[in-house]
Write a protein that binds this ligand. Structure first.
Ligand code: GDP
Length: 327
């Protein structure tokens, strides 16, 4: 089959909401083969006009906080309201070909068997930087396939949260009560990005503690600098187990989207994200191209040595490299 008919078939499948074709399209974007990459790019450009019509929600928190259980409950609630829900789970511990803990679909028991949902674990090619555009492509494909809520789940801490907040409209941070001091350092940076902090597992003996923690987090959030969007981060308590607070999360995100759309910030944030991805890809692309040339590689390596030994200033070294590059 020719490439063109293949793309056409994928396009039709996607637009018809065919899950197998959606999976295939995402696999194409993840492939390292140049011909697959080209097909993926052509397909994405083709579906771009049909994308964007979803709410993209980033969900993060340390392992064990209950992300998948929460997503199961939250996703089912959205489905009950008639929405189609896609879950893209980013697992930095896995790489393509190896097993993935997030690949275990039983983690979302109800959602994974519901026809209104699509769950896709994605590996990160061993570095988190690759995550932004791979996941972005997956988001676009899911939207073109008619998914109205895209939940992007990340495990753990660090760079991936920054990346996810670049990808999504709403960033939800799940927390536990009584987390030790060792977590505080992590929390502050991530908390600044959060649109809502949710104290999870608010059930049984933990309910009272969760309510207290909520007050404390509300106070802490109050001291953060205001967001350019004008949204002040909210605190919530919820339990995926008892179902407490899940409706509130749905309502809060609805309120957020309405407010941000009214102010124009919703579109502005997405435009900024597109610009971020474009610039990042461009920088990486230029660097890769330079490093592919063996002569340039040698020159860069020699220059770096000279700079380290103070035989040349970084300014003149870079100037020199760029001048030679143009020839
Ligand atoms: P993840 O690593 O963040 O995805 O966490 P999981 O969803 O796998 O949950 C970790 C553990 O917490 C599991 O044993 C769950 O049964 C438990 N758990 C998840 N949600 C809740 C909840 O709302 N309340 C309580 N008490 N336990 C929960």
């Amino acid at each position: 089959m020719s490439r063109k008919t293949d793309i056409q078939e994928l396009f039709r499948g996607l637009r018809a909401g065919n899950i197998a074709q959606l999976s295939r399209a995402i696999t194409l974007t993840e492939s390292g083969r140049p011909e697959d990459q080209q097909m993926a790019m052509a397909l994405i450009d083709r579906v771009l006009p049909y994308s964007g019509n979803s709410v993209r929600i980033g969900i993060t928190g340390v392992p064990g906080v209950g992300k998948s259980t929460f997503i199961d409950a939250f996703g089912m609630k959205l489905i009950e309201k008639g929405a189609k829900v896609a879950v893209l789970a980013i697992d930095p511990s896995s790489s393509v070909g190896k097993g993935s803990i997030l690949g275990d679909k039983t983690r979302m028991e109800r959602l994974s068997v519901h026809p209104g949902s699509f769950i896709r674990p994605s590996a990160t090619w061993g570095h988190l930087g690759g995550l932004t555009y791979k996941t972005k492509e997956a988001i676009i494909l899911c939207e073109a396939a008619g998914y109205e809520y895209i939940l992007v789940e990340t495990v753990g801490v660090g760079q991936s949260e920054t990346e996810v907040s670049q990808l999504t409209d709403f960033f939800l941070l799940l927390m536990l009560t009584g987390a030790g001091d060792e977590l505080q350092g992590i929390k502050r940076g991530i908390m600044e990005m959060a649109d809502a902090v949710l104290i999870h597992k608010a059930d049984g003996d933990n309910l009272g503690k969760a309510k207290l923690a909520r007050t404390e987090y509300a106070r802490a959030l109050h001291f953060l600098p205001p967001k350019p969007s004008g949204w002040s981060p909210k605190t919530l308590i919820a339990s995926a187990l008892s179902g407490l607070g899940i409706d509130e999360v749905v309502a809060l995100i609805w309120q957020f989207v309405q407010q941000q759309k009214r102010s124009g910030y919703f579109e502005q944030r997405r435009a900024e994200q597109n610009r971020y991805t474009f610039r990042k890809l461009l920088r990486e692309g230029i660097m890769n191209e330079i490093f592919q040339d063996p002569e340039m590689r040698q020159l860069i390596s020699r220059s770096e040595h000279a700079v380290v030994r103070q035989e040349q200033s970084p300014y003149s070294a870079v100037f020199n490299i760029l001048r030679l590059r143009k020839r």
